[in-house]
Design a binder for this molecule. Sequence first.
Ligand SMILES: [Zn+2]
Ligand SMILES: [Zn+2]
Length: 385
Amino acid sequence: MLRHPGQAMTVEDVELDPPMRGEVLVRVAAAGVCHSDLRYANGELGQGYWPIVLGHEGAGIVEAVGADVAHVAPGDRVVFCFVPACRACRYCVAGKPNLCEVVAEHGAQGMLMDGTSRLRLLDGTTLKHGLRTACFAERAVVAAGGAVPIPPELPLWQAALLGCSVVTGIGAVRNVAQVRRGQSVAVIGCGGVGLQVVAGARLAGADPIVAVDRVPGKLGLARAQGATHVVDAAAEPDLAGVVRRLTDGGVDHAFEVVGRPETIELAWDVLRPGGSAVVVGLVPEGVKATLPAIELLSDKSLRGTYYGSGDPAAEIPELAALAVTGGLDLATVVTHVDGLEGVEEALDRLRRGEGARTVLLVDADLAGYPGAGTGVADPSARSFP
Ligand SMILES: [Zn+2]
Ligand SMILES: [Zn+2]
């Protein structure tokens, strides 16, 4: 729980109400630590919405369902979807459930879809649900649409990633840029989401795929996900020039997956005429990026995206099936695992730009993590290069 931004998160006992009508109680197996969690912890997001239980990328097993929930039953394995679209508002009806108005209205304030919370401190203080999910916890109550069933073959410590980094990264490639076979791609920032953008570009048949990061280890991970070229941003003074040289004058698609003005500008600078840049990274409130507007005349475009810009609840099962058949390698992007109490360390790694994803094994056995049950999880499989 985050009691206040700037303070270390604490692991505490709290009250969790049973699921109400249209809600699901999930026993959490594993939860990924995402850059958005860091933005909340730093006070750059969710102004005033604390105390809050963070965590929005996770997986577990359904323990109970409220009235009118038919799509899952106790025992089902589910991935959290932090936009449980209402399916009735103008955005949902227009095929943009990621922009659901009801989610935006209540969810932005740390509440569930009816505008109330199921979480309380032991003294009765209302606790907020981080991004409608709050899965840095042993149990979570979410709206029915926030629990998406997946096939049993995929271990939950890997499935956890589907609900944020995978759907966000691959959605940016498929739904926003609509990358086609043989097109050139640059991916700026190879953290948890950036690596999924690389994987999405590979699945789309992009070539070349240039990955840019300032941490050599992450460039190694990017190669493993399908990058054909890597550029060390820390060692290279003229990044845009290098990327343009590698791609015969610039790329068809650039993806910014950092959330900083200078990397947004870099994504723009590496485009060829007619190319498009997609900003996937989460930029803190108040931050502005500047672009040479004359270049709009060369048909360049800049796009935004949220949560993959598609229908995450429909895409998560498809992506899970892809991971089961080996089309997606989720295991190697998990560079660190820890228990719930390891969340602060995981946030510090994100602050230092170190590693890709930390997965908190809330219940290592349920998560199916290698070595679970022996008391010693196998770190050799996941040690960061
Ligand atoms: Zn996230
Ligand atoms: Zn809606």
